[in-house]
Design a protein around this ligand. Structure first.
Ligand SMILES: NC(=O)c1ccc[n+]([C@@H]2O[C@H](COP(=O)([O-])OP(=O)(O)OC[C@H]3O[C@@H](n4cnc5c(N)ncnc54)[C@H](OP(=O)(O)O)[C@@H]3O)[C@@H](O)[C@H]2O)c1
Length: 225
């Protein structure tokens, strides 16, 4: 399968890209021009170095792909560097969906978040990203809503650092899912290793779950855990 991966240079990309490549998928890795010099993917033959606002370059990069996967996102700590929820998360979703429509790429996988659409600027923004994808005419979409992400043990983390959670959160999730009737809720809520999430995303690429929102209770088994 030929797949355009936006957000390839992030923490999730660091796990998703090798996993999808090992499964034989042909990847086109989106790298922002300002990131190309400081990230290994900048020198990768699969790299598509472009700004998502450059429609012509983006159209050429997604042309002939079977799916677009978006792992793009920012956080408040980076607003000072110019990325905001509006420009990074919402803007990129809009740009990628528009390019997919123009080029006839039929499938779109969006990495969203547990609680998307809820209270607070972050969750409201995630809800808006999801709405853009869900309401795109003709697009076959799958939305992933993991809780906190956890980088593989021993990994240095990408340019944006390692994803870690306090051990107590992992322990609380494990404990909660043992309680009668709380298993699904605990699986939605508990931190998820990036290997599990990436495995679930590759599984969905290979066996589509169209027009579906997948949360932790779906992602853990899909990810083989
Ligand atoms: N961290 C968590 O616990 C968690 C939990 C649930 C959901 N999520 C969501 O999962 C997604 C991936 O998280 P992550 O931790 O892997 O992210 P990350 O490490 O912060 O990486 C973000 C990626 O998005 C790219 N990006 C940022 N702004 C962009 C823009 N304006 N245009 C194009 N690309 C842009 C970055 O490119 P550069 O490298 O060029 O900056 C990078 O490749 C995010 O949407 C996040 O909100 C995260």
């Amino acid at each position: 399968m030929r797949v355009f991966v936006a957000g390839a240079t992030g923490a999730t990309g660091a796990v998703f890209v090798p996993l999808a490549a090992a499964r034989g998928h042909e990847l086109r890795l989106h790298v922002r021009p300002q990131t190309a010099a400081r990230h290994a993917f900048g020198q990768d033959p699969r790299a598509q170095v472009l700004d998502l606002a450059d429609h012509d370059a983006l159209d050429a990069a997604v042309r002939g792909c079977d799916a677009v996967v978006s792992l793009v996102g920012t956080m408040r700590a980076r607003f000072g560097a110019g990325d905001t929820y509006e420009s990074a998360d919402i803007g990129s979703t809009r740009q990628l969906v528009e390019a997919a429509k123009r080029e006839g790429v039929s499938r779109f996988l969006l990495l969203s978040s547990f609680g998307a659409g809820g209270m607070g600027a972050y969750l409201k923004m995630k809800g808006e990203c999801e709405r853009i994808v869900r309401e795109a005419p003709g697009l076959r979409w799958t939305i992933f809503r993991p809780a906190a992400l956890v980088s593989p043990e021993g990994e240095a983390g990408g340019a944006h650092g390692k994803r870690e959670v306090p051990a107590v959160a992992v322990a609380a999730g494990a404990l909660m899912r043992r309680l009668p009737g709380l298993r699904d809720m605990a699986d939605d809520w508990r931190p998820i290793p990036l290997e599990v999430l990436a495995t679930a995303m590759v599984a969905v690429l290979e066996t589509p779950r169209d027009n579906c929102i997948l949360s932790g209770r779906d992602l853990w088994p899909l990810g083989g855990a």
